[in-house]
Ligand binder design. Sequence first.
Ligand SMILES: Cc1cc2nc3c(=O)[nH]c(=O)nc-3n(C[C@H](O)[C@H](O)[C@H](O)COP(=O)(O)OP(=O)(O)OC[C@H]3O[C@@H](n4cnc5c(N)ncnc54)[C@H](O)[C@@H]3O)c2cc1C
Length: 307
Amino acid sequence: MTATASEAAEAAEAVPAAAHFRFFEFEVLRTRRLGHSFLRVTFGGESLKDFRSGGFDQSLSLFLPPEGQEHTVLPSTDEDSWFGAWRGMPDEERPVMRSYTVREQRRAAEGADADELDIDFVLHGDTSPASRWAGRAVTGRRIMAIGPAVAENKSVRFQPPATADAIWMYADETALPAAAAILERLPDGTAVRAWFEVPHEDDRLALSAPAGAEITWIVSEGDGREQVLSALRSDESSASAAEAPYVWLAGEAGTVRATRRHFVQERSVDRRSVRFTGYWRLGASEEQLLAEAYAGKAPSEDPTSDL
Ligand SMILES: Cc1cc2nc3c(=O)[nH]c(=O)nc-3n(C[C@H](O)[C@H](O)[C@H](O)COP(=O)(O)OP(=O)(O)OC[C@H]3O[C@@H](n4cnc5c(N)ncnc54)[C@H](O)[C@@H]3O)c2cc1C
């Protein structure tokens, strides 16, 4: 029970890992526009007291109600049987499963009236289920989620080794919430070189990062892969002089693949030091990615074969 399509398929069969993950019910408390493309949805709910975000790029799976329904209803939240019950629902009634990032979890003791959790949704149109749901979210709407019950869980992918002498990052807008959460947890003194691709000038959000972090914003319209590669190739920053960088890449799968190739082939980074995740794929919904993963032919997050 983890975040990405391939992992969801894997998890359905490996439910013992469920000890680390469980179902939660979230209720929308409020929404706030952060930039041209970003909407922050703040959730509350009694079950949040058992939610244990591991921070950094902690992800979770949301179950959003189909069009016409206000709240998410699942036939089962039993660890052994939910997946089959959910897949067996008629298409028009089945909640849509989507992967998102915990931007921040706040405990009541940390200044919130009750436990709260923020998710930053990219609004990319009204025809895709998650983007549409977020764009219409109003206070009181309830959804279901599978999330961490323990802070150390495998949906925190950012795991730099102690030997890393710099953090290099690429994120598109869907991975900017994760990148922002990573940056604000890095200790001062960490050498950071980051490239963030967003669709609009106003999406260059204010970030809290270690002093001296070198961040390049790439404002792209549509497929910005070439713009990203060009920015990577013309890099002359001091942080790029690192000898043992840890590289974290996340965003559109094809661009992630291209950036990984750049770091491994053109900059000779040890491929074991590169953590990369396709957060979405141009032209494919998450159902399609899940179906491919289930059929065992997912392009997967490990495009090693392309190298
Ligand atoms: C681990 C993980 C963490 C993630 N965290 C976040 C997060 O915090 N915030 C966030 O916004 N997204 C996040 N994503 C990405 C998000 O899950 C996808 O963008 C998802 O496809 C959105 O679902 P949808 O129903 O809106 O679109 P879908 O129904 O899945 O896709 C419909 C169409 O829209 C296209 N599409 C999907 N996303 C985008 C986009 N952003 N821009 C343009 N076209 C798109 C698809 O290629 C497809 O053609 C994360 C993904 C993963 C795997």
